[in-house]
Design a protein around this ligand. Structure first.
Ligand code: ZN
Length: 244
């Protein structure tokens, strides 16, 4: 069975692209196995349909070089951080055994994001407990697995990141993965009602955020992350030494 190095999880298809597609693209390029789990189908979205979201998510997966992309089919807007949701998520974590999980932030403009952040964080802990029982697709009991790191990517509301990662080398692909969601974001020829995320200003803000974080470490573009656990480096070689 495929084991993932990194599993990124989002409440809605496109959360992961906006938050951390740069590190996923860079990891896949260096030979790591990466995957995305969308918690809902984004069925409450004002623009597009569930079908177009699946097509767009598949296109974004191709751009990011993912090994897997799955959808947990929880209810958009109404899923709860309860036992049923946790067990469904734990089964996926134990199937793919990711060392690193990157999930939604703990508090944001869209209430789904914070709820997803808590659900992901709790499920990652519980997945490591042997007495929490789950089964694989064939009815076989799964082994416990706890990711070593549970990180959160930044979302709409700015929060001070614990660390930032240079994504300048994969910037074009990062934007391509976001623009794969043609029905969601700004399209000069697009039709349909305007939403918070479909304005040209939203996309400019996405770029400005990456510029702002990049400037802090002296690179063109960066993504920011939070971690409740202290992040450990093997050596100082991982540090960006540009002048700031
Ligand atoms: Zn979202």
């Amino acid at each position: 069975m495929l084991k993932l190095d990194i599993l990124a999880i989002g409440a809605h298809p496109d959360d992961v692209e906006l938050g951390c597609s740069g590190v996923l693209i860079a990891a896949a390029r260096s030979g790591k196995k990466t995957g995305v789990l969308d918690l809902t189908e984004g069925e409450l979205g004002t623009r597009g349909t569930v079908e177009t979201r699946y097509q767009e998510a598949a296109e974004a997966a191709r751009v990011m070089g993912l090994s897997i992309r799955e959808n947990l089919q929880l209810r958009d807007g109404f899923f709860a951080n309860d036992e049923a949701s946790k067990l469904k998520l734990i089964a996926v974590l134990r199937r793919y055994r990711p060392d690193i999980v990157i999930g939604n932030i703990m508090e944001d403009r869209h209430p789904d994001h914070g709820r997803a952040g808590s659900l992901i964080y709790d499920a990652c802990f519980l997945a490591g407990l042997r007495q929490v029982k789950t089964q694989d697709g064939e009815g076989k009991e799964q082994e416990a697995w706890r990711p070593r790191y549970v990180l959160q990517y930044l979302q709409d509301r700015f929060q001070e990141p614990d660390f930032v990662v240079d994504v300048s080398d994969v910037w074009e692909q990062r934007m391509e993965s976001i623009k794969a969601y043609k029905t969601q974001f700004h399209d000069p020829n697009g039709a349909g009602p305007q939403t918070y995320i479909s304005s040209p200003q939203f996309m400019e803000a996405v770029i400005a955020r990456a510029r702002l974080l990049g400037k802090r470490i002296g690179v063109p573009f960066a993504e920011g992350f939070l971690s409740k656990k202290t992040v450990g480096l093997h050596s100082l070689d991982a540090l960006v030494l540009n002048e700031t």
